[in-house]
Every structure is written in C-alpha cells, then in structure tokens.
Design a protein around this ligand. Structure first.
Ligand code: EPZ
Length: 411
C-alpha cells in the first residue's frame, strides 16, 4: 500500500464478528432452522460454519444470509483442525452440553495477545453440572443434564458469560450470572436467543438471569453491525486524513471511541446509524487512555489507536488493562519510525512528524489492522506480511479502503 493519500467517501459497516460467533454456536441449541442475515463473510465465521457442519448441521449461504438447520447433531467432537484455528471455539462447550449433554474439543491455545485462560468458563460450567476433564490438550465434557446455578464471575469475561448463557438456555432451573460482561455482543446473543423463545433478563447489565426452557423455535435474525470494524475505519481516516462517512454504524455502542476521536481533534456528525468524520490536519495527543470492559474504550481498538497516536503532536499514553500481550505490534510500528516506549501495561508514544513505509509483519488480527492504519498515514510504500490474520475479522478491508481512495492491494 502507498500512504499519504487522504480518504474520501462512504462505506457500509459489515455485520459484527463477535456477535456472529456466539450466535452461530447458539444455533446448535435448536432442533430446527435459524436464519441469520447480515452475517460477515470472514474467516472466523467460515471456520465456525465448518464446526457446525462437522457436528451435523446443514448450512447454506445466500449472499450475507446464513441458513442453519440443526435437526440432527450426531457428532459432538470438534476436530483440532477447526477448534484450534480460533479461541472462540470454546463457546461450543456451552451449546453442545446444553443440546447433547457432551462435548469434546481441543483446548484453545494461548495467542499473541495473551495467555487467555478459560478457567472462568470451566468453573462456571462445572457449577452447572458438567464434568470436564482435560487430557493431552483435549477437553472431555459431559453431563446428565445442565442445571441452573448462581455464578459470580471474578472478571466480566465476554466468552465465559456467553458460555454460561448457552449452557443455561435449555438447563433445568434458573441461572444467575453476577458480574456478567455487558458488551453489546452479549446483548445481541440474548436478543437472538429470546427471538427463539429463550427466557433471559438483565442482558447489558452486570446481572443476567436465564430461566431454562424445554425447547426453542425457528427464527430469522438480522445481525447488528461491527463496532470494532467501524472504529477501525474511523482510525484509518484519522491516520490518512480526509473525510469519510460510515453507514449502518452502531453509533450508540461507540460512545467511548467517539469521545477519544473527538479528543484527538476529529470533527464528527452523528445520526442514528451514520457517522461522518473529518480528520484534523494534526492529531491532538491523548494524555492518557485506558482500555476497559464495555462501555469503556475497547481493547480491540487499542492497536489501531496506537497507530494513529504515532503522529500526534506531543506525548500520549495508552494503558491496556484487558490483555497482557496486546503490544505485539509495537516493534513493527518502530520499524516505520514510531517512537513508543512500553512500561508494563503502559505505552508511551512520542508523536513524530512522519512515519515511513517499509515491510512489516502482522501477528494477530487487530494488530494487522493497526499496521494498515499506520501505512495509510506513512510516506512511501508499506508491505504487510501475514496479512491473512486481518481476513479473520474484516470482510475485505482492501476493497473498502480502495473505495475511499486508498492505494492498497491485498493478495
Ligand atoms: C472476546 O474475547 C472477544 N472475542 C475479543 O475480541 C475481545 O478482545 C474480548 O472479548 C474482550 O472484549 C470474541 O468475542 C470472539 P474475555 P474473550 O473472556 O471472550 C481473562 C477480536 O479481536 N479471562 O472477556 O476471550 C482473559 O485472559 C477479539 O475480535 C480469564 O482469566 O475475552 C483476559 O485477560 C480479540 N479466564 C480477560 O479475561 C477466563 O476463563 C478478557 O477476556 C476467561 C478470560
């Protein structure tokens, strides 16, 4: 890609990856049809579709609509071929235990952004009546019948909250989750399940109550947009300069990131599902921004923000409070001339006049997106190796940015 070209134009934000993945796992809970519209065509979704088909589901794409028929689930073993591709396969524990009373799946490995243990998932499902053993990096789980329980999470884990909900929907009795995650993706999963007849209250707050039901029903669902993809494109415009507008943007879920953009000098106009952003000539520095669970500034946008602040006027600070390994991208940004110092979970960024394009390497999804953000604002050509990581979460970032005038080619 060649940087230094301001972005102008409009694009439509894709469906939410982090809502789609638990919803696809949830479709296993119903012996019938689930149709999900506006489903993003990304690697993680394709991989999850493979897991559904391996379990015995019939799955059919029609454009961005996905039809899942989960009448016969004969196989409750997730092969390592798919299960280790992404950490979110652990979410199938809850839905397979809820539907079939057993599940075998590979222990999801750590990844570059952190150890990412699953103790909260396992402890919670055991409290609901699951027996779970680990042998040679494989989890063996079974139960006579999942039963309701009172669960208090020491951390509002998104995945653990989702796994508990999936296990509780068909369980015997009622489940209470204290200190539940409040992310919009949790609310979207609950909206999907309630449209299928599940009995859930409190989603979006720290206390969620699920009353087990005997069965669910066929449904058709329109998936919400992806707030992290939307934020990524806004950061891209901040880095490259110019003026863009996003259609189908989940504005009400983006308050924290819009406040940060405003503090950096962005001029924005917001309507219900539309954001117009005009980038400032010079990025204002941020004295200090910390990532937090929702509704705080999202950790999934931290690397993209870091890339923008590399050219801010003055010194900025970012504090990453969610994942201990989310500064992997810093050495790559330094190759482009960025001045970043890491002290424990803090990143201190001295703004520079210019970044210079060079060859850099992505090592995970959002860090890869951050390298694109940096390259758009750099002089000269930037080549990103391992860019395939980016396809895990973005349908076609090259196409979208070219439609805004960027000189970017993706292989
Ligand atoms: C989800 O991951 C998202 N993934 C992540 O997005 C996102 O960064 C994260 O939530 C935080 O918002 C999906 O939804 C598929 P967590 P998840 O459980 O569920 C610790 C992206 O780029 N923890 O809320 O794994 C954990 O180590 C991805 O789209 C435990 O200690 O996040 C971390 O420090 C990256 N024990 C913290 O909690 C557990 O059992 C947050 O993890 C579980 C988590």
């Amino acid at each position: 890609m060649r940087g230094g070209i301001p972005l102008y134009g409009e694009l439509c934000v894709q469906g939410s990856k982090n809502a789609a993945l638990p919803i696809l796992a949830a479709s296993l809970l119903h012996r019938g049809i689930s149709v999900i519209h506006n489903c993003p065509r990304i690697l993680d979704v394709e991989n999850t579709v493979q897991i559904l088909q391996e379990a015995g589901c019939l799955v059919k794409w029609q454009g961005s609509s996905l039809m899942i028929f989960a009448e016969n689930i004969q196989n409750t073993r997730i092969s390592s071929k798919y299960g280790t591709q992404m950490r979110s396969s652990v979410i199938f524990l809850g839905s397979l235990l809820g539907r079939k009373g057993n599940a075998i799946l590979p222990l999801p490995g750590g990844c570059t952004i952190g150890k990412r243990p699953i103790d909260l998932h396992l402890d919670s499902l055991k409290r609901m009546g699951a027996r779970i053993e680990e042998e040679k990096e494989v989890l063996y789980a079974d139960t006579e019948k999942m039963k309701g329980a009172k669960i208090s999470l020491r951390f509002p884990s998104v995945g653990a909250t989702e796994n508990i909900i999936l296990a509780a929907v068909l369980a015997k009795g009622t489940t209470w989750i204290q200190n539940a995650a409040r992310e919009p993706e949790i609310m979207e999963l609950c909206r999907f399940l309630k449209e299928k007849g599940a009995k859930i209250k409190g989603e979006g707050t720290s206390v969620i109550v699920i009353e087990g039901v005997r069965q669910l029903r066929d449904s058709e669902f329109f998936l919400m947009s992806d707030r992290i993809v939307a934020g990524t494109y806004l950061m891209a415009a901040m880095s490259a300069g110019g003026e863009i507008s996003l259609k189908r943007a989940p504005v009400s879920q983006m308050t924290a990131q819009l406040q940060v953009l405003e503090a950096m000098g962005a001029q924005m106009k917001m309507e219900k599902n539309k954001i117009c952003l005009k980038a400032p000539k010079k990025i204002c520095r941020l004295v200090s921004v910390a990532t937090h669970p929702y509704p705080g500034f999202p950790t999934d946008l931290q690397s993209q923000l870091l890339a923008v602040l590399c050219k801010a006027r003055g010194r900025s600070k970012i504090v990453e409070t969610i994942f201990e390994g989310r500064y992997q991208i810093v050495p790559e940004l330094r190759k482009m001339g960025a001045k970043i110092k890491i002290v424990a979970q803090e990143a201190w960024i001295e703004g520079v006049e210019e970044l210079t394009g060079t060859t850099v390497r992505a090592c995970e999804l959002r860090g890869g997106a951050a390298l694109i953000v940096a390259g758009l604002g750099a002089s000269g050509v930037t080549t990103i190796e391992n860019a395939c990581f980016i396809q895990r979460g973005y349908e076609d970032i090259g196409r979208d940015l070219r439609n805004l005038g960027a000189a970017i080619e993706t292989s």
